[in-house]
Design a binder for this molecule. Structure first.
Ligand code: ATP
Ligand code: MG
Length: 168
């Protein structure tokens, strides 16, 4: 009986030790991911860049060239495009399964995440009317284009105008 009690105590302690180790290991992994995310320059420097030519954007032709994008140095490729040219005036639907990279395409068009500098193996060029958008001041780029976000938006103000927006 005493031996049984001792054994069950040991097993319980082993379980506690195992649970503690698993918890610590998972906390360490979370900490590592958090540190990597925090240390990754996800936001472009707003003070850098040039003004666009006065008549830019003139037509609205968009081109993605040689895009390989990762959200972090050790993250998998989120978007890969060899060449995508959207001619001025075209209406284009981007379709694909969840996680295919549709939102990432828009993120890169608005430079919500910089294409270069986030991960060593990320890169490529996005142009609007022949101008590499990476060379522009952030507000110059964003004041020239518009987006309707995927998530529905509802104004919190009572009695105000409410516009639910849905996009792909
Ligand atoms: N902010 C982020 N940080 C890290 N990885 C991300 C981030 N946003 C997307 N990803 C990853 O990038 C890949 C492409 O995701 P993305 O959101 O662009 O796909 P999607 O086609 O828009 O999917 P959905 O149809 O679900 O909206 C996925 O593997 C996703 O997990
Ligand atoms: Mg999406």
């Amino acid at each position: 009986m005493a031996l049984f009690t001792l054994l069950s105590k040991l097993t319980a302690q082993e379980n506690i030790a195992h649970a503690t180790y698993s918890g610590a290991s998972s906390t360490l992994k979370t900490y590592e991911m958090f540190t990597e995310f925090v240390n990754t320059p996800h936001i472009d420097d707003e003070s850098k860049g040039i003004d666009a030519p006065p008549d830019w954007p003139s037509c609205g032709q968009i081109e993605f060239r040689n895009i390989v994008y990762r959200y972090g140095p050790h993250m998998p490729i989120a978007l890969q495009i060899e060449n995508l040219k959207i001619e001025a005036g075209w209406k284009v639907g981007i379709v694909g399964p969840p996680g295919a990279g549709k939102s990432t395409l828009l993120n890169l068009l608005f430079r919500l995440f910089p294409l270069k500098g986030v991960a060593p193996k990320s890169g490529g060029v996005v142009t609007i009317d022949g101008v590499d958008i990476a060379t522009l001041k952030l507000d110059t780029l964003r004041s020239a284009i518009g987006v309707v976000p995927q998530e529905p938006v509802r104004d919190a103000q009572p009695n105000s105008h409410c516009m639910p927006c849905m996009a792909g």
